[in-house]
Ligand binder design. Sequence first.
Ligand code: FMN
Length: 335
Amino acid sequence: MSVKIGNIDLGPFPLLLAPMEDVSDPPFRFVCKQNGADLMYTEFISSEGLIRDAAKSKQKLDVFEYERPVGIQIFGGDIDHMREATEIAAQAGPDLIDINYGCPVKAVVCKGAGSSLLQDIPKMVKMTAEVVKATSLPVTVKTRLGWDDTTKNVYEVAERLQDVGIQALSIHGRTRAQLYKGQADWSLIREVKRNPRIRIPIFGNGDVDSPEKAAAWRMEYEIDGIMIGRAAIGYPWIFREVKHFFATGERLAGPTLQERIEACRTHLDKSIQWKGERTGILEMRRHYANYFKGLPDFKPYRMKLVSELNLATIYQLLDDISGSYANNCTLLQPV
Ligand SMILES: Cc1cc2nc3c(=O)[nH]c(=O)nc-3n(C[C@H](O)[C@H](O)[C@H](O)COP(=O)(O)O)c2cc1C
């Protein structure tokens, strides 16, 4: 059966690309979409930045037809500003608005935003209600299990946010106190899903890094879909590999070197189309190492790729990599 968020049909058991700051921008979303991501999110965008009209925040609002359905994720600590930011974000034309109640970073938490709201459920409920009222688009939420080990309140959070109108909930199986340490625990996510009061889709998130794990956790935790973050960085093929495994029970062969080079080139081209040649080239620099993880003695190429500003030379370097490693079979895949 298809999973739906409002009128958005995501198909059966969708795979979501997690929102990731400095990663899940339109060029990266393009390559993830090519490889089967069913729903994607922007990086989180500061409500304060949107209201101030800050260029950095505004640019993150860019969404393109090729990536639909796509959600814009916003965060903030002030309810009125979140309402205003919702109106601004909705004008950018996304398919849905997502609220970040999961970010553990101090600079965000100190301002009463992100996961800090897990310590003030009445305020979280009020903020969510205001965001829902401010837009005709579906509103979704991404959060964590709770603030810390002694306050894992996501069960209550799910009920109360559903009551004020959110239409899907993604849960990262860690507390704020855990940051990204230890292992994600999805057992509470299953409890939320099993709650007979819960009607909205519940998506599990945290540590899914292989088709086998995705299939096992799908069965074990009974969720409606899986959100994948870090495993997609430099490896957008994770989506197609998980889907193939679901369909056949077999692991799809990893991408060939040529596919890696093509994805890298597409990512670069999209960066340039979006931000212009110079900025596009500069922003692509942080991605090369990820695309070529596992290639032996890659450092000299990486050093050149991250210092070169001439586009023709970068293309030539990618061709050289293709030639040099044509017979190399040791590219690493995720575990
Ligand atoms: C580099 C990076 C940036 C992130 N930025 C965001 C963000 O902007 N919004 C958000 O809700 N979560 C953010 N996260 C958390 C991820 O969305 C996700 O919840 C987390 O990485 C766990 O999933 P994973 O194990 O599949 O990576 C970020 C994570 C990483 C690694």
